[in-house]
Write a protein that binds this ligand. Structure first.
Ligand SMILES: [Zn+2]
Length: 154
């Protein structure tokens, strides 16, 4: 698996979280002195202008909430179960227990195999489980590339 592709889903999440954190920090830093200024400013405004400002601010707040919810829906990574693992739309495998991206692909022994044969599988960095890609038609775990090919055919 290309290393860049493996961190790409996490990179998108980091950018969104970092962006939202930066926006919140700037808003807090910018508007800490606003309440005192706002009080003296509001006293100079007429009632129609004040109500217009309040309605506009409320609408902007609702619009911001809608944008945040929409971004959350659009950036959510939908996972589908297949071959005993979870898969995203790009064919990246995820742990079925903790839903972390599986990147530690190697050969491992199955605990139930008395001969200690080695099979390709993933070790989850989140919960340390060894996960094999199992197909219902095959008694032995299958290779990750083979599973990805079969996923693309579906
Ligand atoms: Zn896990």
């Amino acid at each position: 698996m290309n290393h860049l592709q493996s961190i790409k889903p996490m990179l998108k999440e980091w950018i969104v979280k970092g962006g939202l954190g930066a926006i919140c920090t700037i808003l807090v830093w910018t508007y800490t002195d606003v309440p005192a200024l706002l009080l003296s400013f509001v006293q100079t405004l007429s009632l129609p202008i004040l109500s217009k400002l309040l309605i506009g601010t409320g609408l902007l707040f609702l619009l911001a909430i809608c944008v945040i919810i929409l971004l959350g829906i659009l950036l959510r990574n939908k996972l589908h179960p297949n071959f005993g693992l979870l898969w995203d739309n790009k064919g990246n495998p995820y742990c079925p227990s903790c839903e972390k991206l599986l990147t530690d692909y190697d050969v491992y022994a199955q605990p139930e195999d008395e001969y200690h044969n080695l099979f390709p599988g993933f070790k989850c960095i989140g919960c340390n489980k060894i996960l094999f890609i199992k197909d219902a038609n095959s008694p032995l775990p299958i290779d990750w590339r083979e599973a990805k090919k079969r996923l693309n055919k579906k």
